[in-house]
Ligand binder design. Structure first.
Ligand code: HEC
Length: 195
């Protein structure tokens, strides 16, 4: 029994030294062009999914967040901040997304894996050690509208997306001419510069 415990301890010390050597000698390749080994991928993906679920558990979904009236705000936000990396129906990802590792997923495919609260948590907080930024400087109203829009992506055609974006651009033009008719009023908590 003693010998067994000693052997386990010695094996443990060697494993620690080995890990320390990998970290300090520089053999680990941090290049975005060197894909993860399956074990590393498993560790990162499991940690990410468990972390998102645990952290989003306490988030209260505001009733009516996916009201059709919020979709214009959601599409505006998505087209301006998300499509460059994630693409959109009929819109390929931008240049910046091509060199990212891990690559930004197509949200029409990825969104159904998450609840509304989880999507909100991801968008508000971002994901460490990936290209996914936190958008915590945006108002919660904008982020919930973006979540509502993202949840519509799986069923959205290119034509529908194009129509929504065009309607928004027309809204922007109206905005310049001082007409707000038919569009939801900006939320009072909306303090960030691009509005
Ligand atoms: C600079 C590029 C970039 C921008 C801009 C960006 N993302 Fe991401 N996003 C990423 C990357 C990279 C990942 C993958 C992270 C990972 O694999 O862990 C990601 C992951 C996600 C995920 C989780 C998907 C999954 O499969 O786990 C969601 C949801 C998401 N982004 C939504 C958004 C929304 C909504 C916006 C706009 C407000 C946005 N992202 C803007 C790069 C970006």
């Amino acid at each position: 029994m003693r010998r067994l415990i000693t052997s386990i301890l010695i094996a443990g010390i060697f494993a620690l030294l080995g890990g320390f050597a990998v970290i300090t000698t520089g053999v680990y390749d941090v290049a975005a062009t060197a894909p993860h080994r399956p074990i590393t991928r498993w560790v990162i993906e499991t940690a990410r999914i468990r972390s998102i679920k645990a952290h989003a558990a306490a988030i209260q979904v505001p009733p009516g967040f996916d009201d059709p009236a919020n979709i214009p705000m959601g599409v505006e936000h998505f087209a301006a901040h998300c499509a460059v990396c994630h693409g959109a129906p009929g819109v390929p990802r931008g240049d910046i997304a091509r060199g990212l590792y891990p690559p930004p997923p197509d949200l029409a495919k990825a969104a159904p894996f998450y609840s509304a609260a989880e999507l909100f948590w991801i968008v508000k907080n971002g994901i460490k050690m990936t290209g996914m930024p936190a958008w915590s400087d945006h108002s919660d109203a904008e982020l919930w509208a973006t979540v509502a829009f993202v949840r519509k992506l799986p069923a959205m055609s290119e034509q529908e997306y194009a129509r929504l974006v065009m309607a928004n651009m027309a809204h922007g033009a109206q905005h310049l001419h001082g007409s707000e008719e038919g569009w939801p009023a900006p939320t009072p908590s909306d303090g960030h510069p691009h509005h």
